[in-house]
Design a protein around this ligand. Structure first.
Ligand code: ADP
Ligand code: MG
Length: 369
C-alpha cells in the first residue's frame, strides 16, 4: 500500500515533457519541447519547476505560453505545485557577405523611411524604449548624419567619452545611444560628402563600445541615397523596418526604401504606418488626416506585414521635444500600448526569420523581387 502511494506521487519527467510538448509557439509553429525551450526541469515528488527560455524577452505571447504550461502540468495526476520561470536568450542573426561584424551585438535593425518627417526617429526611439522595458539589452545608433534628432528626443547633450580610440556610448533610460548630434555643435550643419559619411558610420558601428546587445536599432537617414545604400550594404543588418505615413506621396518613397533593402538582401521585418489619424483628446474619436489604409496597401503589395498603425497624439510630439519618449512618459496611453505591441511583433518577426534562415523550420516566406 505504502509503495503504491509513493509510486503514484512520483511524477515522471516524461509525463511533464509530454504535456509541454502540446504547447506550441504560435510564431515558430513548433512545440516548446522540440524547440529546446524547456530548461532546468526539476521534479520533487509533486512539486515541478522549470524554465521556458524564449528567443526574446519581448515575446508577444509570453503570458499565454506561461498560462498554458501551468495549466497542462497542473493537470498531471500527482502534481501539487508548479513553478514556471519565463526567461529569454536572444539569438544572433548570422552576418552575410562583407558586412562589418560587431562582436556582442546579436541583432541590428534598420529603421528607415523614404522621406523625412514621417516620424522615423520617433518610432525608433519609442521602439527602443519598449524593447528595453521587456528586459532586452538595447542600443540606438542615430545614423541620420545631416539631421540627428535623437539627442534632443532623449534630452541629453552629454558628450560620449573617447578612450584609446574607443567611444563610450551615452546611456539614457538603460539604452546605449550614439549620435552625430553628440559630436557636432548644435546649429552647425554637417557638410560631409559620401566617403566621409561612410567612414563616420563605419566608426559608429565598429569603434563604439556597444558591449552585449540583444537589439541595436539604427535610425537611418531618410531616403535612398548614398548614405542609406552604404549602411544597408555594410552594416550587419538582421532586418529593416519601414516607416511611412498613410498618404500616397509618402508611400511612393516607402516603396523605394523597401526595394533598396530587398536589393541588398536585407529582410523586411514589416511596415509601420505613423500619423495614421488623429485621436481627439476630448472624445477619443479618430479622424483620418491622410487617406486610410495606405500602410496596409503597401504591405500587401510588397508581401510584407503591416506591424503597426500609430495615430497622431500631441503627447508624442511633446515627448520628442522634451526628451521624454511617450512610452516611458505615458505608459498607459494607447500609443504606448501600440509601441509595446510593435516591439513584440518586431522581435517575434526576427525570431521567425532566424529560425527559418538556419534551416530549422519551413523555408523563408519573405521573397526577393
Ligand atoms: N504619432 C505622432 N504623433 C504626434 N507627433 C508625432 C508623431 N510621430 C512623430 N511626430 C512628430 O513629428 C515630427 C517629426 O518626427 P521625426 O521622428 O523627427 O521624423 P523623421 O525622423 O522621420 O524625420 C516630430 O516633431 C515628432 O515629435
Ligand atoms: Mg529623424
Amino acid at each position: 500500500m505504502f509503495f503504491k502511494n509513493k509510486e503514484f506521487n512520483q511524477v515522471s519527467e516524461a509525463a511533464v515533457l509530454k504535456v509541454l510538448g502540446e504547447v506550441n509557439d504560435p510564431d515558430l509553429h513548433r512545440d516548446i519541447v522540440s524547440l529546446g525551450f524547456v530548461k532546468n526541469l526539476k521534479i520533487n515528488s509533486g512539486k515541478i519547476s522549470f524554465d521556458v527560455e524564449l528567443t526574446t524577452p519581448a515575446c508577444p505571447v509570453k503570458d499565454q505560453l506561461k498560462a498554458q504550461c501551468l495549466e497542462k502540468v497542473k493537470a498531471i495526476p500527482g502534481v501539487t505545485e508548479v513553478d514556471v520561470k519565463m526567461t529569454a536568450n536572444v539569438r544572433s542573426t548570422a552576418t552575410q557577405g562583407n558586412r562589418v561584424i560587431i562582436p556582442g551585438v546579436r541583432n541590428v535593425i534598420a529603421v528607415a523611411s523614404g522621406k523625412g518627417g514621417v516620424g522615423k526617429s520617433t518610432v525608433t526611439l519609442n521602439l527602443a524604449v519598449a524593447l528595453s522595458e521587456t528586459g532586452a539589452r538595447v542600443g540606438l545608433l542615430d545614423a541620420d548624419i545631416y539631421g540627428p534628432s535623437i539627442p534632443l528626443m532623449i534630452g541629453t547633450k552629454e558628450k560620449p567619452i573617447t578612450e584609446a580610440g574607443r567611444i563610450e556610448p551615452v546611456v539614457k533610460n538603460g539604452i546605449k545611444v550614439m549620435s552625430m548630434g553628440f559630436l557636432v555643435p548644435e546649429n552647425q550643419p554637417v557638410i560631409w560628402r559620401g566617403p566621409m559619411i561612410h567612414g563616420a558610420l563605419t566608426q559608429f558601428l565598429t569603434q563604439v563600445n556597444w558591449g552585449e546587445l540583444d537589439y541595436l536599432l539604427i535610425d537611418m537617414p531618410p531616403g535612398t541615397g548614398d548614405a542609406q545604400l552604404s549602411i544597408s550594404q555594410s552594416a550587419p543588418l538582421s532586418g529593416a523596418l519601414i516607416v511611412t505615413t498613410p498618404q500616397e506621396v509618402s508611400l511612393l518613397d516607402a516603396r523605394k526604401g523597401l526595394r533598396m533593402f530587398q536589393n541588398v538582401k536585407v529582410p523586411i521585418l514589416g511596415v509601420v504606418e505613423n500619423m495614421a489619424g488623429f485621436v481627439c483628446g476630448h472624445c477619443s474619436e479618430v479622424t483620418p488626416i491622410f487617406r486610410r489604409g495606405g500602410g496596409d496597401k503597401i504591405a500587401q503589395e510588397m508581401g510584407v506585414s503591416l506591424l503597426g498603425s500609430i495615430p497622431l497624439d500631441p503627447r508624442v510630439a511633446e515627448g520628442g521635444d522634451k526628451g521624454t519618449p511617450i512610452v516611458s512618459a505615458h505608459p498607459e496611453s494607447e500609443v504606448s500600448k501600440l509601441y509595446k505591441k510593435l516591439a513584440g511583433d518586431v522581435a517575434a518577426q526576427l525570431s521567425v526569420y532566424q529560425a527559418q534562415s538556419v534551416g530549422q523550420f519551413k523555408p523563408l516566406t519573405l521573397e526577393w523581387q
